[in-house]
Design a protein around this ligand. Structure first.
Ligand SMILES: C[S@@+](CC[C@H](N)C(=O)[O-])C[C@H]1O[C@@H](n2cnc3c(N)ncnc32)[C@H](O)[C@@H]1O
Length: 305
């Protein structure tokens, strides 16, 4: 822990936050992954679409806990509809982005905590101190958290009205892996599965949840082409050979587009990457370089606690 304290600079001064390095839960959300995710959130219509489906429930609530809040994709927009929001985020990198975005949004009714769920409890003092809120939201959290019986018991205890899970629905060509795996690794990409596993888990524990599917765009913006290459290297978690690197670069040149528009406002007015590569498009000054992943589906799973 001492080592971590030495390498990690102190976080920005938060608006309203509780930071305790002893409580850090390790997650795969490192600096780069968090930064890319946050850029995608800011470009995406996911917050807008998710809040729209949540609104009928939010109208009956004053307070919400956003578990694994990330950079505040939901905490920030829902705060405008509520008296108080508690955002819980274990990754220090996501947490810092959350604080930065809270400050920018000027929301005074959000408290952020840098902690998370680990094996059987919420780490640190907060586990006992967290007061009940009307709603608990768990959006896009790992399966080992949302399908954990201790976690389910805990959120049931601290929620007075509703529990909401948001997850992927149906299959999508995650980061083009369906195309890339055969080309790079000579094997098929096997998709990890969607919300049906969660519904089965809930059902086993006597919960027949309501579900509502919604569509959204969640494309990935990049600073430039090298940033995009770095994203895939980072996500694939291996050092590509020069042959694999070339296959990836050639593939991405055909897929990525430069655009001034946000979240596929019907269709990107695109400049093909081949041309954008030589223009201002890849510098990030006027255009953004985007990996368009197409229309995706998510599901709101909710029940009364
Ligand atoms: C895909 S992001 C989703 C962020 C946000 N909920 C959203 O919908 O945009 C997943 C988040 O879950 C958080 N997370 C991962 N493991 C967790 C745990 N054990 N307890 C709480 N949050 C966790 C990660 O740090 C990350 O910020």
């Amino acid at each position: 822990m001492k080592f971590l304290l030495q390498v990690l600079p102190l976080p920005l001064k938060p608006i309203s936050c509780y930071y305790n390095t002893d409580l850090m839960v390790t997650t795969k959300w490192d600096e780069k992954r968090s930064r890319w995710y946050c850029r995608a959130v800011e470009h995406s219509n996911y917050p807008l679409k998710a809040v729209a489906v949540l609104t009928p429930l939010l109208k009956k609530c004053d307070s919400v806990i956003d578990f694994g809040a990330g950079c505040g994709a939901l905490s920030i927009p829902i705060a405008g509809k509520l008296k108080r929001v508690t955002a819980i985020e274990p990754s220090i990198w996501m947490y810092r982005l959350l604080l930065k975005r809270l400050k920018k949004a000027g929301r005074k009714n959000i408290k952020a905590y840098n902690t998370g769920w680990k094996s059987h409890r919420l780490q640190g003092e907060l586990h006992r101190k967290l007061k009940s809120h009307d709603m608990v939201i768990c959006a896009n959290l790992p399966e080992n958290v949302v399908c954990n019986i201790n976690f389910l018991r805990y959120i049931t205890k601290i929620s007075t009205k509703f529990i909401v899970y948001i997850q992927n629905a149906g299959e999508w060509n995650k980061f083009y892996y369906k195309d890339l795996y055969p080309m790079l690794f000579k094997k098929k990409y096997v998709y990890g599965g969607d919300y049906k596993k969660t519904c089965k888990f809930l059902h086993q524990h006597g919960i027949s949840a309501n579900i509502k599917i919604f569509n959204y765009f969640h494309d990935q913006p990049f600073e430039d082409f090298n940033d995009a290459l770095d994203f895939w290297q980072h996500r694939l978690k291996i050092k590509l050979t020069s042959r694999e690197g070339k296959i990836l670069a050639d593939f991405l040149k055909k897929k990525l587009i430069a655009t001034r528009k946000r979240f596929s406002e019907s269709r990107y007015e695109s400049i093909p990457m081949g041309r954008a590569d030589r223009s201002v498009g890849t510098t990030g000054r006027n255009n953004t370089l985007i990996a368009p992943f197409g229309l995706r589906k998510a599901v709101l799973i909710w029940w009364e606690s």
